[in-house]
Design a protein around this ligand. Structure first.
Ligand code: HPA
Ligand code: ZN
Length: 346
């Protein structure tokens, strides 16, 4: 039995997969942004979808973040956060996502007076309903904003404690420049004590990318690395990532917005050297591609085979924070899906 050499979009869409690098605030589509702005009486400066999209001309992480954070003003109540997450989960289900570990940025909301509880309550309600409503198992990862102080991160971490049963892990996002991982070493050590899983962004082509990746591996002791694609520049570090079986959550379409290319060659090289590479959408409402679009873009740019695409999907469950029994069930789901698409060898 053989698989078709080149994967079709239909095959990719139906393939069971996990999404591990997804910012809920980055799923705010222009239509919902306008609806929430109107409902909450907020002037966002644009009044049509076209006007909003015209502001999405990013060429760096910083220029993206400068559009991204102000837009969050439209998110005010627990219901707003619920609607945002529910819309994403419906869209993810249509792309074959079966399990998702979703980032959220509480400080982007608490810093403008929205209670932590409203954020977590709304997002968690959508996550709790997702298995029956959308057939997706959904979990939350609390991200600290690295351009805010370590003290603010520590306060946010303590504020999360009453809600710890609704939060799987912690991450680190926002502007990496001048905000290296060691700034948050103490906060992440405390998060580990509290029982959270750990991940951190190591964004694409940053000053000191390799040093920062080394710090997150050796000093912070993360369970996964978000982006981390620059590791390819240091073969000894690639060996460490491979030997530890650490997942890298790569985001090809996002890469093409914050740098001048999607880094397909680098991502494919890491995959082919046996690193646990996964493919994800990052901020799909801003970069115009949900997870299946990211697989398709990478396949087209790097010439991935159907077998390599299946490895990416298997990696997404291997790198997830699922328990062993659930992970095995999803991997068996992939096996059944693949068996259903094999043609008899001639
Ligand atoms: N990097 C840093 N901050 C972010 C990202 C990202 O990929 N997406 C949303 N906030
Ligand atoms: Zn990200």
């Amino acid at each position: 039995m053989t698989l078709p050499a080149t994967p079709t979009r239909e095959f990719i869409t139906g393939l069971p997969k996990a999404e591990l690098h997804l910012h809920l605030e980055g799923t705010l589509e222009p239509e919902l942004k306008l609806r929430l702005a109107e409902r909450n009486g907020i002037d966002i400066g644009q009044s049509t979808v076209e006007e909003i999209r015209a502001t999405y001309a990013f060429d760096s992480l910083a220029s993206f973040l400068a559009v991204y954070y102000p837009a969050m003003e439209v998110l005010q109540t627990a219901d707003d956060f619920y609607e945002l997450a529910d819309a994403y989960l419906a869209r993810a289900a249509a792309d074959g996502v079966r399990h998702v570990e979703m980032f959220f940025d509480p400080q982007a909301h608490t810093s403008r007076g929205v209670p932590f509880e409203a954020v977590v309550t709304g997002y968690h309600r959508a996550a709790a309903e997702a298995p029956t409503k959308h057939g997706v198992d959904a979990h939350l990862i609390l991200c600290f904003l690295r351009d805010m102080s370590a003290e603010s991160a520590a306060e946010t971490l303590e504020a999360s404690v009453p809600f710890a049963d609704r939060i799987l892990g912690v991450g680190l996002d926002s502007d990496e420049r001048g905000n290296p991982p060691e700034k948050f070493a103490g906060v992440f050590a405390r998060a580990r004590e509290l029982g959270y899983r750990l991940t951190m962004h190591c964004d694409i082509d940053q000053e000191g990318s390799i040093d920062n990746i080394r710090t997150v591996l050796d000093r912070i002791g993360v369970d996964r690395v978000d982006h981390g694609t620059n590791v390819v520049e240091d073969p000894a570090l690639v060996d460490v990532v491979r030997e530890r079986g650490l997942g890298l959550t790569c985001c090809p379409v996002s890469n093409s917005f914050v740098t001048d290319e999607m880094k397909a060659t680098e991502i494919a090289a890491l995959l082919r050297s046996g690193v646990r590479v996964t493919v994800n959408s990052d901020d799909p409402a801003y970069f115009g591609g949900y997870v299946a679009d990211n697989y398709v873009a990478l396949v087209e740019a790097a010439g991935l085979t159907t077998e390599e695409v299946v490895t990416l999907a298997a990696n997404s469950f291997e790198a997830s924070w699922l328990g062993d029994a659930e992970r095995a069930e999803y991997l068996a789901e992939i096996d059944r899906y693949v068996a259903g698409h094999e043609a008899p060898s001639s």
